[in-house]
Ligand binder design. Sequence first.
Ligand code: SF4
Ligand code: SF4
Length: 283
Amino acid sequence: MSEISDEEKLDYTWSNAFQMAMDSWHVSLAPGKFAQAPISATKVEMSPETATAKIKNLCRWFGAEDVGICEVTEDMKPFFYSIGRTQGTYTTGHKNYQEDKGRAIPWPYPYKYCIVMTDKCDAKTLDGLRGPLVEASTKIACAQSDFAPHYLESIIRTLGYDAKANPFSNTDIMEEPFAVKAGIGELGRSGIVITPFGAQFRLMEVFTNLPLVPDKPIDFGLQEFCKVCKKCAENCPAGAISNDDEPSEFVTTVKSIRWSQDGKKCLAYRLAYGCSTCQGVCP
Ligand code: SF4
Ligand code: SF4
């Protein structure tokens, strides 16, 4: 690996400051630290169709490009984390790093619906593709992505229904299966959800018991496209994405047919250099 330049060193300093600042925001929204709005004693009565239309309009008003809804059914249980997530940054040296001792995720889950929103990523961030400021920008985008879910949570609770934002750094779930079930997009070769409009977005979720109309998964031909495209695999600097022509069958938390990604290789590279290449190159 080549020596880093003075300019890159300065970028790392800025990146570190950004990440610590954004982690403070995440940590202040952790379960038990954020004061949720009370659930109003009087429920506002409306049909699921009306509630769905209003919720989707509201999400778009908050800046979401797309909104989908899925039910939290038994088949989604494998996608809930039972041991919690690390709160704060991945890097143990940071001031705001906290070890997450894990929290029990109740099952049946106390919410019936998951509202999934997409938040467009800054194109300039992804143009840069690598380097310390990519990670800093990612942290900023993650922190900004906390706003809409928390607003929506408060609004639904004020309407008399239970709701809980699922912030990125304290998520109860693996987001991708929920986004696929909610009709946001399909899972691509890179392991991220791709929509008919591309891959440059972040996912945000709110769980609720407000009766809603769920969406259905979509098929816009991505699996066939990924077989020939391979841009993410060919450009991944860590060699973490399968370059195979065909997807394979995997049995992990669930049985699935997909391309493999080496999460450890990806994380090691991202921690050292910053990377959003697979998202940036996806057409
Ligand atoms: S983020 Fe970078 S290192 Fe990780 S899989 Fe994508 S391209 Fe590869
Ligand atoms: S870059 Fe190409 S192969 Fe990779 S996920 Fe996007 S469409 Fe699929």
